[in-house]
Design a protein around this ligand. Sequence first.
Ligand code: TYD
Length: 186
Amino acid sequence: MKGFFLTIEGVDGAGKSSHMERISSCFQSRQYDIVATREPGGTPLAESLRELLLNQDMCLETELLLMFAARQEHINKLIKPALAAGKAVICDRFTDSSFAYQGGGRQLAHHKIQSLVDLVHPDLKPNFTLLFDLPLEIARTRMVRERNLDRFEQEQEEFFERVRSTYLERAHAEPERFVIIDSSQP
Ligand code: TYD
């Protein structure tokens, strides 16, 4: 595949979405065509699944399956065609979020998540991942200040501690793919 696949990760309140625009213009200045997208979401069906995921109460396994159902659509309809056309795909969250939130946060077994990776995208991995990392007290303050909280944002501190530490473990296990960014600054 000719394009470039960049993903942006971090706990809620880490400020990653605010950096999407600047990151996109950085790629544009290097003559890339950009596709900026997000998960869950990125296609009409995946955006409908996002609505359910953020707002409806559901079983943990249902949540995991819907995340990957949305991802399957997103990959086939948007990500792969864009990469094949040589574009830079900049994605706000991808499968590292599933390991961090459904694995770390919700404590679903790693092998269950990995089996969905094997089913949905055995042949696709981000070229590069920016992990926006910060102490949870700061993330919580930003989140609460912002708006109505969704189903994930309403979780307790221990949930986010597990999400953050799963992210950091993954980043340390694959230092060639991840860059950890200290996003505690205003
Ligand atoms: P996000 O777009 O960061 O939320 P917001 O628009 O509020 O900034 O992500 C939505 C939520 O989905 C976020 O709390 C993390 C969660 N999520 C998972 O739990 N697993 C996943 O695989 C993905 C992609 C997201």
